[in-house]
Structures are given as C-alpha cells and as structure tokens.
Write a protein of this length. Structure first.
Lengths: 70, 467
C-alpha cells in the first residue's frame, strides 16, 4: 500500500505512532518518519493510524485504485 | 447561437473531447491529473515523464531511504483517484511547438494537445568539473535511482563521507551519515549551513547542531578539486583553504537547475529562473503576455506573490506542487470568472539531527529576525523574520505546533517585531539582522533581448548563452 504524510500539516502529536509502530516513527521530539509503501498486510493498522491523526495529515491510497499501473 | 451559449458549448466540448498533456510525472503532475478528473475532464490525458518510475515522493529519499529503512523504490505516491491517463514514462520531452500545439519527445514522437501543463521541476546541479564528475563514489541526490545508489554506497561503510553544500539536502544527508555512525565532513561556501534559506543567525544554530553531532563542518570553504585512484574512484578532495581530505564518498548537494531547456525556442518566458506564470498558473510568453493554453505548476513555476510585493517567486516546496497542480488543473478547464488564484503561504519542513525544522513565509525576503518563543539552547524555539516593520516569515525548531500562529500573522501582514506571545516567551525579544547573503550579487545574466524597431515588429527574443 502507499501513504504519504503531509509534513506541513503534521503537528507531531504522534497519536499515529503506537497504532502502526513499524510504519510511523518519531525521530527526535516531533519529526515524523514513515514508510511510504508499507506491506499490504498492515493496511488496517495504517488506516487506524490515519484516522487517529487530529490534523488528518496521513493520506492513504484508495484500495480500489491499486490496479492502476502507470 | 448566442455567444454565451456558444462559449458554454465550447467548455462542454473541451471537457468531453479535449486533449490535455502534462509534462512532468512527479507530485505536481500527478495531483494535477487527479484534479482534472475531479473537475469533470473526460477528454484524453497524457502524462510524460523522463524517469521510468511512476510518481514517487522525494522528501523521504534524503532521510528514510538513505538511512536504509525504506527501499529507494518504495516511496511511490498514493493515488487519490483513478486518472485514466496515457502514461509516457522513461522518455523526456525535448521540445514544444506552440503553433502546431504538440510536445516533441526524445524518441521522435509528437504528442498533440489543446492544453498543456508544464511541471518538469528541477534536477540536481552536477559537479562543475566534468572529468571529476565521472569519478566513482561521487553522487548527487534528486531521483530515487540516485538515492538507491547513494544508500548502497553508505551501507558499504565508507571511511569518510564528504558533503559539498550545506543546504537542506546536504544537512539532512549529514544527519543520516552520523546516525549511521559514518565519519562525515561538510564543506559549505557560506558562513554556516542553511544560510540561503534561513540566514546567518539560524545558520549558526544549525552549525552548532552539526558539530554537536560529530560532523566535521567546514564553512567559508569550497571544494576546488576531487581526485580519484587508479580505478577512477574518488579518494581525495582539495579545499580552497589549502587542506586536503581523504574521502570515499562525495555527495555534491549544490542546489538545483530548473528543467527548462526543452522549452527553448517555444517563445515562453522560461529560462534560468523557471517558467513565469500568473497567479492562476497560466504561462507568460517571452513578451510577458499571458497564454491561454499553457499552464505551469510545481518547482518550475515562477509566479507573482501578493504577500511579497508581487515579486515573481519560485517555491520549491512540497505543498506548492500539490496545490499548484490542483489550481492549474481547475483553471485549465474553467473560464475567466471561475478561475482561481494559487496564492500559497510558502511552507516547508526538514528533519535533521533529531530536530524538526519547519518554516512559513519567505525568510530571505526579510532582513531582521527575532527569537520569539522557547530556547535556542534547548533547540526548541520559534523565530520570526521581518522587513520594514512587517512579519514576512517564521521558522521553528521542534516547535512546529506554533507555526500556524505565525502563519496567520504573515497572511495578515502583522507588525514586526510581533507582539510578545502569551506563552513560552523567549528571553530577549530584540530584532537583530537576519544575515542573509546579499541578493544583489549577480548569479546570472539575462538571455532575453528586445528586438525590432517598428511597434509591430517589437518583441523579445531568447538568445541562450552557452553554459
């Protein structure tokens, strides 16, 4: 799956981190680091993490879009 | 048929059967394509990109990827919707014929368009000496392929890494090297890192951060020559202060060059500074007349900004690509009364040495700075930039939650120095010179001359100099 975090919008609340700890991490106090293309098996975790973001900075691809190859 | 009905028909016809070509298959191009479909454009859509990869995100390349956590080919951008486009990837656009309305590709193909979006962005500036540039172990970083090669070189545990240029990318790379436990030297021509974007006051703080983390930071020096071993692998660097360094990996982070060469001869206001466009993303032609069918977005777009005396600004920022692409798309399928302006409050971020650096506004537009909140010593603070009594930018180090507060002041053209914030006030709120390099230092000479004597002949002509 694919995600991107809008790091302009991200405020470092880090509520997402415990919900998908292998995908979203803090580097220091407030800089978020993430895996942009985590394994599909993590989709539920990542969706919950995205939903938990108070500023909705985590953008997740739409599952039904997966078929479209460039 | 009444004119209005005719025009309405034209719009419907264009949305149904029109042909749109997007040159540039990265963030701006992708988000524009998605927005075009969201806007109800059902005509043919072609996306041209010189890299073979589908659109991917670049900011992780200098961080997660170099560190070895994320694979270089694993930063593909999520799609927000199906774009149903014809993708021409791995082939560069080499020319634009505005009369015939087609884009020429490197393989000789010609792609016709009714409306065109230019989103070709920038590339990294190569090492200036061509012979030295061919040395093994010398890298630049812009593409995912670059990042893959560089990551492999760092994973091989080189003896010493030399980073030339301490802008954001160079500083982020230095941070990753230290996280990987590698010996790293940073050579910066200016007095400190990040001086071009944030000025010398913040640059001094960035320099301390680098040194505290074990970076061998050398400022006020340039690298004059690179030398290789018998196998053609870089092994030594000669600096302008007479010292030499034994190095195994060299990363040249010398800024960017805008990808405008393919537009030469097209008669657009393009060149060294990017492609000039209005605030609605419509390209200007070489005379400064706005075009109707050519639009610009992303790192290459250069538009007048209301907050900054209507100066033409290029904003090489992530969200400028996203929002610029969306506004360009909207205006490509809209008529005059419905057109929207792209008036971003510039915003950027950088993660380095465990500190989250974020900024809003245009720092170099200002000449003074004041630390407003927090503590520089703790590397957790906010600072505001001002010009002529007005706040024009702000930067935070591990203090990002407050950035919006400053952003709102910048948008309102609030006074500088700003009123002391009611929370976490910094000790000394006295403005001092921000110490930006002198913008009057010439960096290039114009390529455009005025020709023609009679008013009907009068026009501008592009005469590129050999570079």
């Amino acid at each position: 799956m694919r995600i991107v975090v809008d790091l302009n919008r991200c405020q470092g609340y880090a509520q997402c981190v415990p919900l998908a700890p292998t995908v979203l991490k803090l580097n220091g106090e407030e800089a978020l680091m993430y895996d942009p293309n985590p394994d599909d098996s993590l989709r539920q975790q990542v969706l919950r993490a995205a939903a938990s973001c108070p500023v909705q900075a985590i953008i997740v691809d739409r599952l039904d879009e997966k078929g479209e190859k460039a | 048929m009444k004119t209005e009905a005719l025009v309405a028909d034209l719009v419907t016809e264009f949305k149904t059967h029109g042909r749109i070509v997007i040159v540039g298959a990265s963030l701006a191009g992708l988000r524009a394509a998605e927005a075009l479909r969201d806007e109800g454009f059902n005509g043919s859509l072609t996306i041209i990109g010189d890299e073979k990869h589908e659109p991917y995100d670049r900011p992780p390349l200098s961080k997660q990827v170099l560190k070895g956590w994320v694979r270089a080919d694993h930063t593909l951008l999520p799609r927000t919707r199906k774009v149903d486009a014809e993708w021409r990837l791995g082939v560069a656009a080499t020319g634009l014929d505005r009369k015939a309305k087609h884009v020429r590709l490197a393989n000789g193909d010609q792609i016709p368009f009714d409306r065109l979006l230019i989103a070709t962005g920038v590339r990294s500036r190569p090492w200036f000496n061509q012979k030295e540039a061919a040395l093994e172990g010398l890298f630049t970083l812009r593409t995912s392929d670059d990042a893959g090669r560089l990551q492999a070189a760092l994973a091989a545990k080189p003896g010493r890494v030399l980073i030339i240029g301490a802008g954001f990318i160079g500083s982020e790379m230095a941070s990753v090297c230290r996280e990987l436990g590698l010996a790293v030297t940073v050579a910066e021509r200016a007095e400190a890192p990040l001086v071009g974007a944030l000025g010398g006051v913040i640059g001094d703080i960035a320099a301390e951060m680098q040194r505290d983390h074990g970076v061998d930071l050398r400022t006020g020096v340039s690298v004059e020559a690179l030398e290789g071993d018998a196998k053609g692998h870089v092994r030594r660097a000669r600096l302008s202060d007479g010292t030499t360094l034994d190095v195994d990996v060299v990363m040249a982070s010398l800024g960017s060059i805008r990808n405008t060469e393919w537009l030469e001869g097209a008669g657009l206001a393009s060149g060294f500074w990017g492609v000039a466009c209005d605030a609605g993303c419509r390209a200007f032609d070489i005379h400064g007349i706005v075009t109707d069918s050519i639009f610009v977005a992303g790192d290459i777009a250069r538009a007048p900004h209301v907050l900054y005396d209507y100066q033409f600004l290029v904003l090489e920022h992530w969200d400028n690509a996203v929002f610029g692409g969306k506004v360009a798309a909207h205006n490509m399928v809209s008529l005059e009364p419905d057109r929207r302006p792209h008036l971003p409050l510039p915003a950027f971020w950088s993660g380095q040495f465990g500190v989250n650096i974020k900024g809003v506004g245009v720092g170099p537009f200002g000449d003074e700075i004041v630390i407003t909140q927090g503590s520089v010593k703790d590397r957790r603070f906010a600072a505001a930039y001002g010009r002529k009594g007005r706040i024009v930018a702000a930067v935070t180090f591990n203090h990002g939650k407050w950035l919006e507060y400053y952003g709102a002041m910048i948008e309102r053209s609030a006074p500088f120095p700003p009123p002391p914030p009611g929370y976490d006030q910094a000790g000394d709120m006295k403005p001092i010179p921000a110490r930006f390099p002198d913008p009057r230092t010439p960096t290039g000479f114009p390529d455009v001359v005025l020709t023609g004597h009679d008013p009907t002949d009068r026009g501008a002509e592009y005469r590129p100099k050999k570079r």
